[in-house]
Design a protein around this ligand. Structure first.
Ligand code: HEM
Length: 421
């Protein structure tokens, strides 16, 4: 068996502590010492993890459709999204779902959701405090949750939407709650029982929505799933649609809100870019979104377990190895991005990067199906924010990174001072 690439010799506990406390430093230190490809060992993982970042290796990894999903995904996600989730299926079952779930997210269809995004933004932005520091991340979470409930779930009724907003908001907060995790670790199951009670109410509400969409389909994604037909002529059961809706919520809500919070954090620290972003030039705002996702990749890793050996550019990894691109490292290669640490959206206008040097949405057969949705939503929310407010950073230092589940998120929620224009 070939040896894995070199990597840090520290104990798994120490490597994990460094990754959790200072992820960027951990990645940069390893790149400096070992190059583009290195092997790390995290506590709780039974097998080492090879991190890669050169475009040729990322292409070879994501280009092989047969690789399996990374370990641990089933364990953490199944209780929330259900066993039939697109995120958890593999092989032919996964591909058949992807085939029917991709078309509803096509770029041209997304335009229909623009009014919903503008309206959700207007409601949330009307509550922003004026002239004093506050964190924008919770407001972005509220917008992205509202947008998913309307555009994806299709919940038109205000009262039902408010109830689902409250229930899903607290379920999602609990999944990132350190206090809950500690209580459960010490055997206190009461909070978990309360969560299960909430989950039952959510399921009942979702099944009622699905039944209503079967009766009278609309423009939302749930209506399209209700009408979807697999190659064998069968459709999705109500239970499966429930799983896919929870999947879209889990995959699309926090990620987009966090991408928005990071974009605002970068914009307030680069006033000339912020001014240009206000100009109403749609292409420039798209470039702002792309550059933010490059410099602040919300999902730092999206790996695979190899089912066949990976052999490329002198690298040879045996089947069974866990391999992940490190988005930060792939996005900060000076060969592809001159002055890689500068926030410079115009680079996406003059010289758009090739596919495997910009991978905030992963790649290959598991690439994010919500990418066009997320990009549109980010651009439209930004337009609404910039049209209403002048923004300044609340502090001098750049935001640090905190980990929330699988995301890299601004530690203090992006604190700004907003004044109406
Ligand atoms: C800025 C926002 C977002 C980011 C950074 C992001 C990132 C990602 C990444 C890295 C993956 C894994 C890809 C892989 O394993 O190669 C993924 C998968 C996925 N995302 Fe997103 N995502 C975002 C928004 C959304 C939205 C808005 C939705 C839907 C409403 C969505 C739905 C999904 C789904 C269903 C998958 C699983 C695809 C599969 O396994 O076939 N995402 N996303």
């Amino acid at each position: 068996m070939s040896a894995l690439p070199a990597g840090p010799a520290a104990s798994p506990a120490l490597q994990t502590a460094r990754w959790l406390a200072r992820p960027i430093r951990f990645l940069e230190d390893n790149r400096r010492r070992y190059g583009d490809t290195f092997t790390v060992m995290f506590k709780g993982f039974r097998t080492p993890l090879v991190m890669v970042s050169s475009p040729a290796v990322v292409r070879a990894l994501y280009g092989e459709p047969g690789h399996a999903m990374p370990p641990g995904r089933q364990l953490t996600l199944k209780p929330l999204v259900g066993a039939r989730s697109l995120l958890l299926l593999e092989g032919a079952e996964h591909l058949s779902r992807r085939k029917v779930m991709l078309p509803p997210f096509r770029g041209d269809r997304m335009r229909a959701y623009e009014p919903i995004i503008r309206d959700a933004s207007a409601r949330a932005l009307s509550e922003w405090p004026v002239g004093r520091a506050f964190a924008v991340h919770p407001s972005m979470q509220s917008i992205t949750l509202d947008v998913i409930l309307r555009a994806v779930f299709g919940v038109a009724d205000e009262a039902r939407r408010a109830r689902l907003h409250a229930l899903l908001g607290s379920l999602l907060a609990a999944t990132t709650s350190m206090s809950l995790q500690v209580q459960v670790l010490f055997g206190r199951m009461a909070p978990l029982a309360a969560l299960q009670e909430q989950a039952r109410e959510i399921d009942a509400l979702l099944l009622a929505e699905i039944a209503a969409r079967r009766e009278a389909p609309g423009e939302d994604i749930c209506s399209l799933l209700v009408q979807a037909v697999f190659e064998d002529g069968s459709g999705m059961s109500d239970g499966e649609i429930r799983d896919q809706l929870m999947t879209l919520l889990m995959a699309g809500h926090e990620t987009t809100a966090t991408g928005l919070a990071w974009t605002l954090d970068l914009l307030v620290r680069y006033p000339s870019v912020l001014e240009q972003a206000r100009s109403g030039d749609e292409a420039f705002l798209r470039a702002v979104v792309s550059e933010s996702l490059r410099l602040r990749p919300v999902v730092p890793l999206a790996g695979r377990r190899l089912t066949v050996p990976l052999e490329v550019d002198g690298l040879s990894l045996p089947a069974g190895t866990d391999v992940t691109p490190a988005m930060w490292l792939a996005h900060t290669r000076a060969e592809e991005y001159p002055e890689p640490y500068a926030f410079r959206p115009s680079r996406f206008l003059s010289n758009p990067p090739s596919t495997y040097t910009w991978i905030p949405f992963g790649g290959g057969v598991r690439r994010c199906i919500g990418a066009p949705f997320a990009e549109l939503e980010m651009r439209v929310v930004l337009e609404e924010v910039l049209a209403r407010f002048d923004l300044h950073p609340a502090g001098r230092g750049a935001e640090g990174i905190a980990r929330r589940n699988v995301t890299f998120s601004p530690r203090h929620g992006t604190r700004v001072v907003a004044t109406p224009r």
